[in-house]
Design a protein around this ligand. Structure first.
Ligand SMILES: [Ca+2]
Ligand SMILES: [Ca+2]
Ligand SMILES: [Ca+2]
Length: 345
């Protein structure tokens, strides 16, 4: 009952939000200059210090180890061997904690909007389990003012620069996985057919700037936006685009630029439907042995089996009756030996 009720609310919100997003889209394109995908990418640009910091997990870690590199861009390990990233990042090898993981051929699923247009968001499966924790996606959207920790493998910060009397930075060379902070500045926006929210790169002199104020740079695509809700961290967004002013020089982040993240609450039901599938009924050859699903893959016990590979055989155990028999036998032997010894004396 509770679940059904939630779905109904979500459906209602989705259509209302879709309508609002369409209305906002025209305004957005007119007012913001232009957006661009973080496509051919690179790290989160941070205001803090000389900009080279924040390349290890933050003190309050939202899920640093789940961030991986995907070529020159970023991908996030969701759990159950599924990886989430922006569609324009493309399917391929992903590196988590220095280990490379190969994609299961044909496993890519790109997520769709209610009008069947395609979002810049997808998942694909990897053959091996990196042993990382599963990430939770909230079932409600962010609101303006929510604090966000963003992590991405984009270009490093370069020299300070200005544009239209606004400060900012050139993008430098080299890439790093880096975290930064910001707050949600816009919700319910549609950018490249993706239901999104935005954060705004804010001048540190502005009281709304955060301590590790972050902007996006090429390569951050597929990166993560996390928010702490009720004491726990949630994956709320997938980074995929930025806004820049008209005539803003290429490869710069200027105060006022926005970083767009796909609103994962909007796509949550579809994401879960994909990643919750059982391996023996998901239409994929999950172990690469040439056989797909039950009954074709002989290692599938049934369609609900969650592994296409033979599991390690159970270590034989005696169980309780076995233990009783074993202890009984040992007592008999002990008694017999005692009698023998007694006889010997
Ligand atoms: Ca399968
Ligand atoms: Ca197989
Ligand atoms: Ca198999």
């Amino acid at each position: 009952m509770v679940d059904r009720h939630r779905r109904d609310i979500a459906g209602g919100c989705a259509s209302l939000r879709a309508a609002r997003a369409l209305a906002v889209k025209a305004l957005l394109l007119a007012a913001l200059g232009f957006w661009s995908p973080l496509g051919d990418a690179r790290a989160v640009i941070i205001e803090t210090g000389d900009g080279t910091g924040n390349v290890t997990a933050p003190p309050d870690d939202p899920g640093w180890a789940n961030l991986g590199t995907r070529g020159g861009t970023t991908a996030v390990y969701l759990g159950r061997r599924w990886v989430l990233t922006a569609n324009h990042v493309g399917v391929g090898d992903v590196v988590f904690e220095g280990q490379t993981y190969s994609p299961v051929p044909g496993s890519k699923v790109r997520f769709e909007n209610p009008d069947t247009s395609l979002a810049d968001l997808m998942v694909f499966r990897i053959f091996d389990d990196p042993g990382l924790p599963r990430l939770d996606i909230p079932n409600f959207p962010p609101v303006v003012g929510d604090p966000v920790t963003a992590i991405g493998y984009g270009l490093n910060r370069g020299a300070a620069t200005t544009f239209l009397d606004l400060g900012g930075y050139d993008w430098g060379s080299g890439r790093s996985m880096r975290w930064g902070t910001n707050i949600v500045s816009e919700i319910d926006i549609l950018v490249t057919d993706t239901y999104s929210f935005a954060t705004t790169f804010t001048d540190p002199l502005d009281p709304s700037a955060t301590s590790d104020e972050a902007a996006g740079a090429n390569g951050d695509s597929g990166g993560a936006a996390f928010t702490k809700i009720g004491g726990g961290w949630y994956l709320v967004g997938t980074l995929f685009a930025i806004s820049q002013y008209t005539d803003q020089p290429a490869s710069t982040s200027i105060y006022g630029n926005k970083l767009y993240a796909a609103d994962l609450s909007f796509y949550r039901a579809d994401i879960l439907a994909v990643i919750e599938q059982r391996s023996c009924s998901d239409g994929l050859d999950d172990d690469g042995d040439g056989f797909t699903d039950y009954p074709a893959d002989p290692e599938c016990v049934n369609a609900d089996d969650d592994s296409e590979s033979i599991l390690a055989p159970d270590v034989p155990t005696l169980g309780f009756p076995g233990m009783v028999l074993l202890i009984g036998a040992m007592l008999l032997v002990f008694a017999a030996r005692s009698r023998l010894r007694g006889e010997a004396i």
